[in-house]
Write a protein that binds this ligand. Structure first.
Ligand code: HEC
Length: 276
């Protein structure tokens, strides 16, 4: 493993892009501290402190230098390189006894990702401990390890969750428990149920709702009215004005959703407003 690692470093003539600022040591990614939170056999929650260095030092996690077409497509970059470990191998280090079927990804920038254990195995997802972009100017502030990566050759649906970065905590949870507060009052309409699924897969990571999700963006149900045309138009316009492909902070969410999907999201948010 050491040979692979040093071989990879000498391949690179550029500088490692790492946490927070370019003034930091180039390999700061491996020193970043994060937590892994899980229940012990008696159900007590335990939080362990880990570092990228610890991940890289475990032979069993298959540390590798890799690329990711999936990442480059979403970020509008080319030839990005990563040091990454196998996420499913990391899962094997933990005994899950309480029906946990997902990992919640709490991030330094109030982003909250979530991945099912199924997806982690099916797409052989990796966790990057270091990130190297070909162009230094393209790096947004949030693009730091740990980063979820889709390895080349795997093709999950094109979604935000497979690009979660800046991770400060991995926490084992049950999907049903996590999403439960969002399901209230959506049984009646299939349109708003569809909207809930789209919202969960594209927006909840940053726009929390009913106490679930991240807080990078505003609380959308408080900021907009969805029962009339004017309110819906304003929502669409503000969305497109912010989440387009030239977004300065690389939050191009528009690439993941069609206008039709945005309509379903609004159907759901209207119902969520009524239900509060
Ligand atoms: C990566 C995080 C992130 C994701 C994912 C995300 N947003 Fe945002 N969103 C933001 C941030 C940050 C802003 C700008 C700050 C603000 O005003 O909330 C914003 C702004 C907006 C605005 C404009 C708000 C305003 O005050 O101008 C709308 C509307 C919006 N987002 C809707 C959505 C919808 C709908 C989705 C899902 C399809 C989504 N966002 C996904 C982070 C995100």
């Amino acid at each position: 493993m050491k040979q692979i690692f040093y071989g990879f470093l000498t391949l690179l003539t550029g500088v490692w892009i790492s946490a927070c600022s370019t003034a930091e040591k180039p390999d700061a990614g491996e020193q970043r501290v994060f937590r892994i939170t899980h229940a012990d056999s008696s159900g007590r929650m335990l939080s362990e402190i880990w570092t990228g260095h610890k991940l890289e030092s475990l032979d069993s996690l298959q540390v590798r230098g890799i690329s990711s077409e999936y990442f480059d497509k979403a970020m509008h970059t080319q030839d990005s390189r990563f040091m990454a470990v196998s996420f499913s191998r990391l899962l094997q280090e933990f005994k899950l006894k309480r029906g946990e079927d997902a990992v919640l990804l709490n991030c330094f920038d109030d982003y909250q990702g979530i991945l099912s254990l199924n997806d982690i195995h099916r797409y052989d997802l990796r966790l990057a401990t270091r990130i190297k972009l070909a162009s230094l100017t393209a790096k947004p502030g949030w693009l730091n390890p740990l980063l979820v990566l889709v390895p080349d050759g795997k093709h999950p649906p094109f979604q935000e969750r497979f690009l979660t970065a800046n991770i400060r905590e991995l926490k084992f949870v049950r999907l049903n428990d996590y999403y439960a507060p969002l399901k209230k009052n959506t049984e009646s309409s299939s349109k708003s149920q569809e909207g809930l699924e789209i919202f969960k897969n594209n927006c909840l990571f940053c726009h929390s709702l009913k106490g679930v999700g991240g807080n990078k963006g505003v609380l959308l149900i408080e900021a907009y009215g969805f029962s009339n045309d004017a309110g819906r138009k304003k929502f669409l316009m503000d969305f497109k004005n912010f989440h387009h492909k030239d977004n300065a902070d690389k939050q191009d969410v528009e690439q993941f959703v069609t206008d039709e999907k945005l309509q379903r999201i609004m159907d759901y948010l209207l119902q969520a407003q009524d239900g509060t």
